[in-house]
Write a protein that binds this ligand. Structure first.
Ligand code: G6P
Length: 477
């Protein structure tokens, strides 16, 4: 149990509600990676979790205040639906996510027009609504753990109204370099950095993202706010126990049938531009093209599930993913062998099963805050599988000494690394897998939470960024 009361706030919550037959509220577990990682931790310390109401039933739940369900103390926050959508789609996902992952196609995007400005205002309002709820409801001296880029500005109002609170912000995504930040209008960049810097400290999964954030603050605000680095780890015992359940065991049999006596490359991802699915397929094709001995002898099982389909970019990306897989299959399939098996059905037990059975796990994001799959794979895998990992993933910091490195943009280079992984000698594979498992399980999720609680607990209220800036002299952008 933490000493001070703890409040967690995030865009997505651990519980979502629906209306039962009698019109009453029915609680069920919410989805999303953040929730499955944080959920058990938040329950363990008895924290209250506040998140945006996504459905009509969530809005009805918001009127009930803190609800105890599924082991959580949960507070659903009613936010104007139109504003929420603008903030989530246009700013959080189409702007900040793209900015920090380096995804903008700069000749066309972003288009920071009047509509975008309205969306920025909506983003500010949504952040303000969260801040106001915390201001109204957080007990004196409470620790507030603010999660992710959807809520970068919350600290602004907390620092003005509740200096007693010990609020830290944690980004589960990367942070861009100063050069990339210059895409944003100066006032917006400044508002964003002041918002984050108004928390007692800002946490990241990798020192690289913290350093980028510090460099941006130094350039735009003229000082470097406090940061900390705390990589998250999956709940190994939970996922191992999950892998032993009937549905996962059934799916393991399915994976084994599909695999037969061939080698198996696996990936498990959201259909997400930053995950670099297309270059992964092209690299696999390069392997087939340049190494005839692998034709018919290897299968690429891509378990990828739809995400953020409210955004045209994501819909288009999904179509491209499907069509590239089809082009490659049409070109190389033979009777009895389909090189790529693309499954977009969001089959969780199958994903777990595939992680237990892979020979090679491909994790090649163009940039990734951490990438939990890179850590889950080695711990679940029972085949001495090899991890092929992008050096641009936050998890590279921990797994890089052992994982096979890829530059995610280098397709033929990735093909070469896949070939190296597929031909690794059994003894070397065993050592590789054992060392990876050790590295991947060096930390448990509780370490991440304890790091955050320690930083928050050691802080003495919130900084006054306005004062810090003026005493440093060269503020302004
Ligand atoms: C990343 C973010 C999370 C987010 C998740 C899924 O992991 O760090 O905050 O929940 O992606 O994205 P979504 O937009 O579906 O919540």
């Amino acid at each position: 149990m933490a000493e001070a009361p703890v409040l967690v706030i995030s865009n997505r919550g651990p519980i979502s509600f629906s209306f039962g037959d009698d019109g009453g509220l029915v609680a069920k577990r919410g989805g999303g990676g953040l929730v499955s990682s944080l959920g058990p931790l938040v329950r363990d310390i008895g924290a209250t979790w506040m998140a945006a109401a996504a459905t009509d039933a969530d809005v009805a739940a918001a009127a009930e205040g803190v609800i105890e369900a599924e082991g959580y103390k949960f507070r659903s926050l009613a936010i104007d639906a139109g504003k929420y959508q603008m903030a989530y789609d246009v700013v959080s996902n189409a702007t900040l996510w793209f900015l920090h992952h380096g995804l903008f196609d700069l000749s066309r995007r972003p288009r920071l027009d009047r509509r975008w400005r309205e969306a920025w205002d909506a983003y500010r309002d949504v952040n303000h609504a969260f801040a106001q709820a915390v201001i109204d409801e957080a007990p004196e001296g409470a620790i507030v753990l603010v999660q992710d880029y959807h809520l970068a500005l919350v600290g602004t109002w907390l620092a003005q109204k509740r200096r007693d609170l010990r609020a830290v912000h944690f980004s589960h995504i990367p942070f861009c370099e100063p050069g990339a930040l210059r895409v944003l209008p100066s006032d917006v960049a400044e508002e964003l950095l002041v918002g984050m810097g108004s928390h007692a400290s800002c946490g990241f999964h990798s020192r690289r993202w913290a350093a980028n954030y510090e460099a941006c603050c130094d350039e735009v605000l003229g000082f470097t706010p406090a940061t900390f680095v705390a990589p998250l780890s999956p709940h190994y015992d939970d996922i191992a126990a999950r892998a032993a359940e009937d549905d996962c065991v059934r799916e393991q049999r399915w994976v084994e049938e599909v695999k037969g006596d061939r080698a198996l490359i696996v990936r498990v991802d959201r259909i997400e531009l930053s995950k670099n699915l297309l270059r992964g397929f092209w690299a696999f094709e390069d392997l087939l093209r340049t190494r005839a001995e692998w034709r018919g002898r290897v299968i690429f099982l891509a378990l990828v599930y739809p995400s953020r389909e409210g955004l045209a970019d994501y819909l288009a990306y999904r179509q491209e993913v499907e069509s590239v897989a089809k082009v490659i299959n049409d070109r190389w399939s033979t009777p009895g062998w389909t090189p790529i098996i693309l499954d977009t059905s969001d089959n969780f037990p199958r994903s777990i099963a595939a992680l237990t059975r892979y020979d090679v796990l491909l994790v090649n994001p163009v940039r990734d805050g951490l990438n939990l799959v890179a850590k889950e794979g080695p711990v679940l895998n029972a085949c001495n599988g090899v991890l092929v990992l992008s050096r641009e993933a936050g998890a590279w910091d921990e797994l890089g000494p052992v994982a096979l490195e890829v530059n995610p943009f280098d397709v033929s280079g990735t093909a070469d690394v896949l070939a190296t992984a597929l031909t690794m000698a059994p003894g070397e594979r065993a050592t590789h897998a054992a060392t990876l498992t050790k590295l991947a399980s060096a930390r448990v999720p509780r370490h991440w939470l304890d790091d955050m609680l320690a930083v928050a607990g050691a802080s003495h209220g919130l900084p006054d960024v306005a004062i810090t800036r003026s005493t440093k002299g060269h503020a302004g952008s």
